[in-house]
Write a protein that binds this ligand. Structure first.
Ligand code: ADP
Ligand code: ADP
Length: 226
């Protein structure tokens, strides 16, 4: 089963800037996949389209066989998203951020509370459950976004620059958790401009530059060449 299929995807912003110039990409179920590229390459635009935050200009996106154009709700239900920026919910208590998200997917409140407890404990945020989100450190906020993204148990988790600005210790802990999640069967796609992150976490790497996929390779093969 393909977790994600992107075909001839183009994005021209209203400014006239062409951020994606015909991207083709396939990610298999169970994969741990990196979209590696410099700032401005088009990574966030690509993730934005897959997650319905950005409208595509043309092309096709399918998530677990659901076409984004005809089954956007099925696509949303299959996906968990950890955005790069999060300036929403800032005044909500940490636990409510996760519970609200569960509500958005129609999960009853009692079950939502149970899941919030599970994921907040997993991500080492349980002691902070009553703090307003704005009071968390950057690394904590990012872990909270992971808990929020997982609460409806998506088959595909997409993270946009998950460890940007996170210190080394927290980064290692996040990497360990993402590996565990992938081992349990969740397909993971992350964007990064950080080669070490792609190499150490991901099985396959697509290199994106200037709105195009420059190369796709298994990490093992890529490392052997260096
Ligand atoms: P769309 O084509 O998806 O409707 P827009 O062109 O309307 O997107 O832009 C969406 C938002 O992104 C606007 O609020 C715009 O100000 C902002 N934006 C414009 N240029 C940039 C840029 N270079 N990088 C990031 N955001 C930008
Ligand atoms: P990355 O995530 O790889 O850094 P982005 O997808 O954020 O790349 O941006 C790709 C290019 O598109 C950049 O040149 C950026 O300035 C431009 N861009 C992003 N958003 C907008 C927007 N809303 N309007 C116009 N240009 C944008």
């Amino acid at each position: 089963m393909h977790a994600l299929v992107v075909q001839q995807l183009r994005k021209v912003y209203r400014s006239g800037f062409e951020a994606l110039k015909g991207v083709d990409l396939t990610v298999e179920e169970g994969d741990f996949f990196a979209l590696l590229g410099p700032n401005g390459a088009g990574k966030s635009t690509l993730i934005g389209i897959v997650t319905s935050l950005v409208n595509k200009t043309s092309g096709r996106v399918c998530v677990f066989g659901h076409d984004l154009d005809t089954e956007p709700e099925a696509v949303k239900a299959s996906l968990g998203v950890v955005p790069q920026e999060f300036n929403f919910n800032l005044f909500l208590p940490v636990a409510e951020v996760v519970i609200n998200q569960a509500g958005y997917f129609g999960i009853p409140r009692r079950e939502a509370r149970r899941r919030a407890e599970f994921y907040l404990k997993k991500l080492d945020l349980w002691e902070r459950r009553r703090s307003e989100m704005r009071l968390l450190s950057g690394g904590m906020k990012r872990r909270l976004m992971i808990a929020r993204a997982l609460v409806h148990r998506p088959k595909l988790l997409i993270l946009d620059e998950p460890t940007a600005g996170v210190d080394i210790e927290i980064r290692r802990a996040m990497w360990a958790y993402l590996r565990e999640l992938n081992a349990e069967g969740t397909t993971i796609i992350l964007t990064t401009h950080y080669l070490e992150e792609a190499e150490s976490l991901c099985r396959n790497i697509a290199m994106i530059d200037d709105g195009r996929i420059a190369a796709v390779a298994e990490t093992q093969a890529l490392l052997a060449e260096l």
